[in-house]
Design a protein around this ligand. Sequence first.
Ligand SMILES: O=C(O)CCC(=O)C(=O)O
Length: 260
Amino acid sequence: MRVLSTEQVAAYRRNGYLVVPNFVSATRCLELRAHALVLAERLAAECPAPTIFTAGGTAQHAAEAWFLESGDRMRCFFERDAFLPDGTLRAAPHLCLNKLGHAMHDLDPVFESFSRTPELAAVADEIGMRDPRLLQSMYIFKQAHIGGEVQSHIDHTYLRTEPRSVVGFWFALDDATIENGCMWAQPGAHRGEQGADFVPLEAARGTLVLLDGALPHRSGANTSDKPRHAYTLHAIEGWTHYPPDNWLKRPIADLRGFAR
Ligand SMILES: O=C(O)CCC(=O)C(=O)O
């Protein structure tokens, strides 16, 4: 199976990103979206008091452990602006979430089948991955009005292998526009080229955006009244060294690829 053209692969290498419209059908996107809301409601109900994410001291420590121990689990994380001054949530918990993370691709059958497809296996192969392993999944809500900004970063900082190998597979489950906080990336910066401005990666529902692990990218706050749901997978090469001081603690040998 061939999914990307030679020109698309060349553009990915040159720019460090590739926007692939219509990669997933709208129906599949809406199925995942509906399922994520049900899962979110369950996870939010199971979550210890969400106020633990607001304050300093012990509370902050608990919040960090909640994050750091989520690499092989499904957990929910709240938006900073979801809290009223008295510490209570502005709306139903699942409408206040920033994201779910970080192992839905292994632990949830609906996410698993979205994450492991022959088309994704072909894309990974076409961009030169030899032994892709799924390390992390995130369901990002970017809620209307309160969806926070994601500051510029490279994924290799958070998911480090030696040598560098991480690739992001980001799926627009809603139309992502400048207004509702689409991704932005700096073309060519993964090759050390400096000077290019960030460009918006507007993406209609069903679009796949590939991101080289060394490419600076960010997304704006969502000040609009339209949510911007997205799902993202990060894959690393199985033959690399995965240093144990990475925040996400999973042995590389336990990770599986794109095949079901
Ligand atoms: O969806 C976003 O706003 C940011 C996602 C991101 O940074 C990533 O998938 O690496």
